[in-house]
Each structure stands twice: as C-alpha cells, then as structure tokens.
Design a protein around this ligand. Structure first.
Ligand SMILES: Nc1ncnc2c1ncn2[C@@H]1O[C@H](COP(=O)(O)OP(=O)(O)O)[C@@H](O)[C@H]1O
Ligand SMILES: O=P(O)(O)OC[C@H](O)CO
Length: 496
C-alpha cells in the first residue's frame, strides 16, 4: 500500500520537499535555501548543481525524518521556478554555464532590438507572451552566443536545454522532457499547436536538437534512479510552480483566480480549453495538460511581491525578519501619503517596463520607517489589484473571489487591504503550500492515488475569508494615485 505523494517544489530561493497523504494533508516537509548569484547589476544566476543538490537533499531528508520508505511513495510530482534556463551535456549531465534565472534582465536590450524589428506581435500571437527578458528564449540564445562552441555542440545533439523541471527530471530519471506548461514559458512554443515553433527557433537561432520532449503535466515520465531514494519511484507529474499552485488551489473551472504572494506575485485565471487573448498585456499561457485535455490560463506576473519586504529587511534594515513588517506597518493608521513602487528589476504586467526603477513618492517631514513599511505592504496589493483589473477586462466577467497563497499571504493586513482594493473577497486556504500540493495532485492523478479532479477539489478548505470593507470612491481614488506613482517609476533607466 502506498501512502504518500512526494512533491518537489523547486523555487527561486529555496528547494522544498513535501509529503502529502490521500486527504491532501501536509504530513512532513523539508526545505533548504541555496545561493543566489548577482554577478552584474540586473543579472541573477543559480548554479544548476546547487539546485539539484538542495532538491535531492530535502527529498531525502523528508523521507528520512518522516520514516517513509521509497516503496510507500506512490509517485513524485515536480513544481518548479519557471523560465530559468539551464544547458547541460547530454552525456555527462554537466552544466555548461550557470543557470540564467527568470529575474535576470541581461537580455532586455536584445528584446528591444526584436521589438524594433517588429517581431513582438508575431511572438505574442504564437506564444501568448510579451516580448520580455523574463522568458527563456533570449536567455538561451545569450548562452549559445557566449559559451564557446555551444551552438555547434547543440546542433550536434551533444547538449540539452531545459527549464528547471527538465533539469530535475534528467537528474532524477535520465529523461529529457518538459511539461507543456513549462514549455509555454520558453517563448519558443506555439501554444495553439502545442509544439515547438520552427519560425521562433529560427528567429532566436536555437537548434531543435537542444530541446526537450514536451510531455503532459499529468503522466508517467519514468522511474527515478534506484540509488537516489533506495528504490525507484515514479515521476508522474510536472508543472511550473504557478500552474501547480493554480491546480493546488482547485481553480479547475473558467474564471477561477488564484494569486500567489511569494518572491513575486503571480495571479492566474483559469481560461478554459482554448488560449485566452489578452488586450491588457497579460500573458496567455498553458496551465496543464491532463490526459488529452489542455487547460489555458491568463496570467499577470509581478516581479517584486514579498521580495519588497525582504528589501526592507536586507536593504534598509528596518525589520529583522519578514513577519516584523506587519506590526511595524500596523503602528501607523495609513502610509501617510507615502507610495513605494518596487520596480527594482523593472515592472512586469501590465506595464512590462524593464527600464522602470524603484521609487518612493509622497515623502514628507512626518514620514517614518513605519510609513515606508506600510507602503511596501500596500504596494504588493496595488500591483496585484492592477492585475485583477486587467484580468476582469480581458475575461469580461466579474471575478467572484481570489484564492491567496504564498509566504506573504500570511500577512492579514495585506490580505484585508487586498480585498479592499479588489472589491472582491480574498480567501486563504488551510493548506497554503498549494504549489507543492498541485504538483502532488498531478502526480497522484496519474497513478490513481486520487481518482478525479472532483475528489481533489473537495479537499480544498478555506482557513480565512477577507471581505472588502472599502467604499468604491475611496478605492478608485487610491488606485488612481497608485497609477500616478507608477508613471513616475517608469522609463527611468535608459536603454543602452
Ligand atoms: N508576514 C509577512 N508579510 C509580508 N511578507 C512576508 C511575510 N512573511 C513572509 N513574507 C515574504 O514572503 C516571501 C516568501 O514567500 P514564499 O512563498 O516562501 O516565496 P518563494 O516561493 O517565492 O520563495 C518572502 O519574500 C518574504 O519576504
Ligand atoms: O520561485 P517562485 O515561487 O517565486 O516562482 C517564480 C516563477 O515561477 C517565475 O515565473
């Protein structure tokens, strides 16, 4: 009898491993941070071996500490930081360069050049993505251009490209695969035809021999090498972390929305069985593919969410740990007119401005650290509110509720202000590790650990509901003022 599903949640700053039982209960977890490298302004790198070693270590740790043997685990599911780009040698598994992380802006100018060449519309039409350095294609091209011999070796089939799911699947069971949702974040994948796009490969000069096989999110990928966990375990589910969280939040029907408040904020709406078309600069992306059904999502990505609070801690030193922001922000009745636009790495949706930079406006002689802390918390909610506004316009339906998760969703003040700004209830579930849970569900569905999506959806439980308590005029006034602050942050850096 197998009792558990093991979820591997490989995030931007940490690797986590979580065991879930049949009721969707979190039974045990382990996590490990790993080093972040910032070799130049705007660059963010990971060592692929750090990613793998930390992920393997926590997977082994959680099994050991929970006294669970490999044969008690029905399957493994992967949820991963998306877009981050890894190239390794097919024969040896050795990475040929550091991984370029999704936050990395080194290819912003390359994107500008493509925009100037009139390529943005075609890219968006085929991939559903905004032309931005966030996605893998320009990062991959950058590596092939800079690492000596890489493009020739890639064309000869000696190298493998993958996002982090591919890298982990390769290390776990030797497969060179990616799931359809992760593929849709590379900017090389046609989301209508669900295959790599030959024109885009030509545009970015990417040899097809480098690419992973695209597999469903729910399906048998292979068995893990026996020496990793003492016995082979089936790898049976893969999803990008935001797709996994959407699945874990049981957003299984059109119009359902979740927002994850982690390093960044990622709001995703279930858009049905056809790609959504955004007229408001949101991303149209693949959610997951279960058996033969593909689910599409509409996504708004905010680059600095909880990371804004980390900056208060590490950059300004006005709090010692992230949770300290709540009492500090609550020590003042409001932000005293201070607005903080956390465009530290540019702005994601809906502005897509790589040249925006962080800005604090509205300072007076009475402004204190507490006002800045409050402005930082509020900034997370303002940015997310802009996403929901865009989403409601695109979907042309009012959203009934937003399901919240991620580390910063623990902050009650943030959740209440969010509900106030949205004018829509915000619901926080009992299991907030929804990313890992979503990966577990996908793997569990493959191996029959759970019978159906209905069974999974019935496991979702609300821990707390935040109802809007702000009148519409005040909401509109606050959002308009936020819009003015964002304008001041935009187009600050000059393109080279
Ligand atoms: N009480 C809090 N209020 C606001 N932000 C918080 C709070 N607790 C944690 N955070 C933020 O949440 C983020 C961590 O959330 P997590 O979901 O673990 O992120 P990720 O998966 O992106 O690594 C950090 O950026 C941290 O600053
Ligand atoms: O690592 P996270 O949880 O911040 O998620 C990162 C996203 O997948 C980037 O697109």
């Amino acid at each position: 009898m197998t009792d558990y599903i093991l979820a591997l949640d490989q995030g931007t700053t940490s690797s986590r491993a979580i065991l879930f039982d049949r009721t969707g209960r979190l039974c045990a977890s382990a996590s490990q941070e790993f080093p972040q490298h910032f070799p130049q302004p705007g660059w963010v790198e990971h060592d692929p071996d750090d990613i793998w070693n930390s992920q393997l270590a926590v997977a082994r740790q959680v099994l050991r500490e929970a006294h669970v043997a490999a044969h008690q685990v029905a399957a493994i599911g992967i949820a991963n930081q998306r877009e981050t780009t890894v190239i390794w040698e097919r024969a040896t598994g050795r990475p040929i360069a550091p991984a370029i992380v999704w936050q990395d802006r080194r290819t912003a100018d390359a994107c500008e050049a493509l925009r100037a060449a009139g390529k943005a519309a075609m890219i968006c039409e085929r991939t559903g993505l905004e032309l931005d350095s966030y996605f893998s294609a320009t990062k991959l091209a950058w590596l092939l251009d800079r690492v000596p011999g890489a493009r020739t070796r890639a064309a000869a089939g000696e190298l493998c490209f993958g996002t982090v799911d591919s890298w982990l699947a390769y290390k776990l069971c030797g497969a060179h695969v990616t799931d359809v949702g992760n593929a849709s974040r590379t900017m090389l994948f046609n989301i209508h035809l669900l295959r790599w796009d030959a024109d885009l490969l030509a545009l970015f000069d990417i040899p097809a021999a480098l690419l992973p096989e695209v597999v469903p999110s729910c399906g048998n990928v292979g068995m893990t090498h026996a020496d990793l966990f003492g016995a082979p375990i089936a790898l049976a589910g893969i999803a990008g972390d935001q797709q996994a969280a959407t699945f874990g939040q049981a957003c299984h029907h059109s119009g359902m929305v979740k927002n994850t408040y982690g390093t960044g904020c990622f709001m995703l709406m279930h858009a049905g069985a056809q790609p959504a078309v955004s007229h408001n600069r949101l991303l149209s992306t693949v959610g997951w593919r279960l058996h033969t059904e593909t689910c599409y999502l509409l996504e708004g990505s905010v680059f600095m969410g909880g990371a804004t609070v980390q900056w208060l801690r590490d950059g300004l030193g006005i709090i010692r740990q992230s949770s300290d922001v709540e009492p500090l922000a609550a020590s003042v009745p409001d932000s005293g007119g201070v607005l903080l636009v956390p465009a530290f790495v540019g702005l994601g949706a809906p502005q897509w401005d790589p040249y925006a930079r962080g800005t604090i406006v509205g300072l007076t002689r009475g402004s204190t650290a507490a006002h800045i802390a409050r402005a930082a918390v509020e900034a997370i909610a303002y940015q997310s509110a802009q996403l929901l506004q865009a989403m409601q316009k695109d979907a042309r339906v009012p959203v009934a509720e937003v399901r919240a998760d991620g580390g910063a969703a623990r902050n009650d003040m943030l959740m209440q202000f969010q509900a106030d700004l949205l004018g829509v209830p915000v619901l926080r579930p009992k299991v907030t590790e929804t990313t890992a849970l979503g990966a577990a569900y996908l793997a569990g569905l493959t191996v029959g650990f759970w019978a159906s999506q209905e069974e999974i959806a019935a496991q979702w439980r609300c821990e707390r509901r935040f109802d809007p308590a702000m009148n519409a005029d005040r909401r509109a006034a606050l959002l308009a003022r936020w819009g003015r602050a964002v304008e001041r942050a935009q187009a600050w850096e000059q393109p080279l």
